[in-house]
Design a protein around this ligand. Structure first.
Ligand code: ADP
Ligand code: MG
Length: 256
């Protein structure tokens, strides 16, 4: 059965999507079969792996989450062209609308878990890229996951949102999903020359298990329009090495 991991933070722009993409590529390059799930209606992950959401309009994450779904999930999964072993369950803008529908259902926390069930044995890892809210979609991701990785930007405002996120994770552990385990925090977009960044990183390290520090660099964005991650484009870049280290943490977790 696949190790399912949510990449979560209710703030936007903290590198959830970038982290999901790069950790997914790192795991796939080792030889694991990996599915990345785009759970954000902005479909950034879908774009990032080189898929135009318009081209998957009929078969995508919405097709399997909607109440009247008759679509086979296997038809909604696409191979990522640039990386062997990497697959995506893509998103489209309509995902925003089905949240209301999901909210009205009685088993609303378990909709994603049930939808993923038929393909769980087909993958070694399933990484879920969460939207920037603690919404019903994020609750669904956390409710079905074995583990969580939290990307946090090293600035004061990003740091302040952590308590609320951790409270939510605790509540889900207590009420819905006791197996959920926080693997740790990735400190993202870190700038060594900034005193604020250094101060926040120190606070993060005092409070959290920091499993990687990703520096801010334009190199991360370079291949995005071509659907290529930094782990693919520049294997030995410092950022790539950190994402590979995080991938190894996930492998260790999945083995216990
Ligand atoms: P989220 O999914 O949390 O909203 P994204 O992964 O989309 O965040 O990242 C937000 C923006 O920051 C994107 O434009 C992305 O390319 C950029 N970005 C992510 N990581 C880095 C980094 N290490 N250095 C510079 N830019 C980055
Ligand atoms: Mg995102």
């Amino acid at each position: 059965m696949a190790e399912k991991t949510s990449i979560v933070n209710q703030k936007g722009g903290v590198a959830k999507t970038t982290s999901t993409h790069n950790i997914g590529v790192a795991l796939a390059k080792i030889g694991f079969k990996v599915l990345v799930v785009d759970l954000d209606s902005q479909a950034s992950l879908t774009y990032s792996v080189g898929i135009d959401p318009l081209s998957v309009e009929d078969k995508n994450i919405v097709s399997i989450l909607t109440a009247k779904s008759t679509v086979d999930i296997k038809e909604c999964i696409y191979q990522v062209k640039t990386v062997e072993n990497l697959y995506i369950l893509p998103s489209i803008i309509d995902l925003a609308q089905i949240e209301l529908e999901m909210f009205a259902r009685s088993s609303r926390e378990k909709i994603l878990e049930r939808a993923l069930l038929p393909i769980e044995d087909d993958f070694d890892f399933i990484l879920i890229d969460c939207p920037p809210q603690l919404s019903v979609l994020t609750i669904n991701a956390l409710s079905c996951s074995d583990s969580v990785i939290i990307p946090v930007k090293t600035d004061e405002l990003a740091f302040r949102g952590l308590t609320q996120l951790e409270d939510t994770i605790e509540e889900i552990k207590e009420l819905i999903n006791p197996k959920l385990e926080v693997i740790g925090v990735i400190a993202t977009m870190f700038e060594k020359i900034s005193t604020e960044d250094k101060r926040v990183l120190k606070k993060l390290e005092e409070r959290e298990q920091v499993i990687g520090i990703i520096k801010k660099t334009v190199e991360v964005k370079k291949g995005i329009t071509k659907g290529i991650s930094i782990v693919e484009a520049q294997e030995t870049n410092e950022v790539s090495l950190v994402y590979k280290k995080v991938a190894k943490k996930l492998i260790t977790k999945s083995e216990v």
